[in-house]
Design a protein around this ligand. Structure first.
Ligand SMILES: Cc1cc2nc3c(=O)[nH]c(=O)nc-3n(C[C@H](O)[C@H](O)[C@H](O)COP(=O)(O)OP(=O)(O)OC[C@H]3O[C@@H](n4cnc5c(N)ncnc54)[C@H](O)[C@@H]3O)c2cc1C
Length: 456
């Protein structure tokens, strides 16, 4: 069965089938490149399907939608099939719009879209090394049920989130905060069904002064199809003081999914672990699960609406917010984000704020773009390095400082970067395979032809 894959010379090989890699796969295949996506799990979607992450935040800058293209097609497909209510108001009022979805629905929608585009997928396959010649990647060494094999390609896209391929190829990488190397904490998300959202709404309205994030427009809870909430700081502190919770966080953060009464709980905080160190990652999974066990008792005992709720699952895998970043031909900075620096080579926009979960303990620090409703730009050069000729890096591990990465790491932006990477990879594979020499004007034209939004 596998021999075709191992004998092929692909135009484009994409490492990782998270949101960025999956979108890159669709884009490259639609642009007539013979494309393969390699994914360690048995499904696509990355953190959105393997870490219980959601909702997608955010496609919008105020009322304006600034992320479209293939990411919007995915949302439309999910809406058509009843897996997503579309872009709806964020009742926590952290951002303006968010996009809940059904993670099982996302898996099949992505399967269908990649298949329709003509993109091959190899699941249950881990990339453990690369072969390079003359600053060029010639193959990825993978391990799966067939054993160890090389997969050959002309152009490679690293969508592993951790920059595995770029690292194995010898690209210059950074890791963590510039001052001390500390990384954002990990979180093991939990998913509950049978939560009584009406009881929660009633409680939040009655005690609105205890929900400072939501008090500005408490009625939004009744005008929006799904409930998100942040709060219960008093209850959280009490439980911590009593030793019931050993979590260095101060509030409960929850998002209702596409399924009414199903909530994602994003509240654990696993500090001081490294997503690129196998031992540290393994320990983080165990610490995360222990925190989930404590939280499960806490939620069902102390939080209205959760008394009859059932924990569907944790993770399944722990969520890693940040690890390695490419040191690319340009490094996006917090100043670029905050000052909304314009780039001639823009390939995506985003309005998600700089959102840093404290690497050392409690607190989450947010910096919003200076004028509400505005957005920032991301240039092509964050995807490439002149040290490796035929590589693109996409998703959360592109070239960005610790702070800038905390803004561009969320899924709509990762997907928008994937769209650009996929087209760029296809363009490079039709020219001289050199991703540093992609004609960015042509890439921008093609992105806009495919429905992406660019301010040009
Ligand atoms: C706890 C948590 C909560 C978050 N909450 C939100 C939220 O509410 N909304 C939002 O929009 N964003 C959220 N984010 C951010 C967002 O989920 C990620 O930053 C984003 O999904 C990154 O997408 P990606 O495609 O770059 O990487 P990933 O989604 O991590 O995908 C990488 C893929 O590559 C595969 N892979 C990795 N290494 C290898 C290898 N060596 N071989 C084979 N396959 C490999 C992985 O299995 C995975 O499928 C959250 C993140 C975390 C951790």
């Amino acid at each position: 069965m596998g021999t075709g894959i191992y004998n092929n010379l692909y135009d484009v090989v994409i490492a990782g089938g998270g949101v960025s890699g999956a979108v890159a796969g669709i884009a490259a295949a639609r642009n007539k490149a013979n494309t393969l996506v390699i994914e360690q799990s048995g499904y696509l979607g990355g953190t959105l399907t393997s870490c219980g992450v959601g909702p997608m935040m955010t496609f919008h800058a105020g009322e304006k939608q600034v992320i479209k293209g293939i990411m919007e097609e995915i949302v439309e497909q999910m809406m058509l099939r009843g897996y997503c209510p579309g872009h709806i108001k964020d009742t926590t009022q952290y951002i303006n719009y968010l996009t809940p979805f059904h993670s099982e629905g996302l898996k099949v929608v992505l399967d269908d879209m990649l298949k329709e585009a003509g993109c091959e997928v190899l699941f249950h396959t881990f990339i453990g090394d690369v072969k390079t010649e003359d600053e060029t990647i010639v193959a990825l060494t993978v391990c799966n049920k067939d054993g160890l094999h090389d997969i050959k390609g002309k152009v490679f896209v690293d969508a592993t989130g951790d920059g595995d391929v770029a690292t194995f190829a010898g690209a210059h990488m950074t890791k963590g905060r510039e001052s001390d190397g500390a990384m954002q904490p990990m979180t093991m998300n939990m998913k509950y069904c049978n939560v009584d959202a009406d009881e929660l709404r009633k409680h939040i309205e009655e005690k609105k002064e205890e929900f400072p994030r939501m008090i500005k427009n408490i009625d939004l809870m009744y005008q929006t199809e799904r409930l998100s909430f942040a709060g219960f700081t008093k209850e959280f502190k009490e439980a911590r003081d009593l030793g019931e919770l050993d979590i260095q966080r101060e509030e409960v953060l929850c998002f209702e999914t596409n399924t009414p009464g199903e909530f994602i709980v994003n509240t654990t905080r696993i500090i001081g672990h490294d997503g690129t160190d196998a031992v540290s990652l393994s320990l983080a999974e165990q610490v995360g699960r222990k925190q989930c066990e404590q939280l499960d008792k806490f939620l069902r005992k102390r939080i209205p609406g959760f008394h009859n709720a059932a924990l569907e699952f944790t993770g399944p895998s722990i969520g890693v917010r940040g690890s390695r970043q490419l040191k690319g031909n340009y490094t996006l900075t917090a100043r670029d984000v905050m000052d909304r620096k314009e780039f001639e080579t823009v390939i995506a926009h985003s309005a998600y704020p700089i959102d840093i979960h404290n690497p050392k303990g409690e607190g989450t620090e947010s910096s919003f773009v200076s004028t509400p409703g505005t957005y920032y730009s991301i240039p092509y050069e964050v995807l490439v390095t002149d040290k490796i000729k035929n590589l693109l890096v996409t998703g959360r591990c592109v070239s960005a400082t610790f702070e800038a990465q905390a803004a561009i790491r969320t899924t709509p932006t990762a997907g928008a970067l994937g769209h650009a990477s996929g087209i760029a990879a296809a363009l490079a594979s039709k020219a001289d395979d050199n991703t540093n020499r992609v004609n960015v004007k042509e890439l921008q034209k093609e992105l806009m032809k495919q429905g992406a939004y660019l301010d040009l």
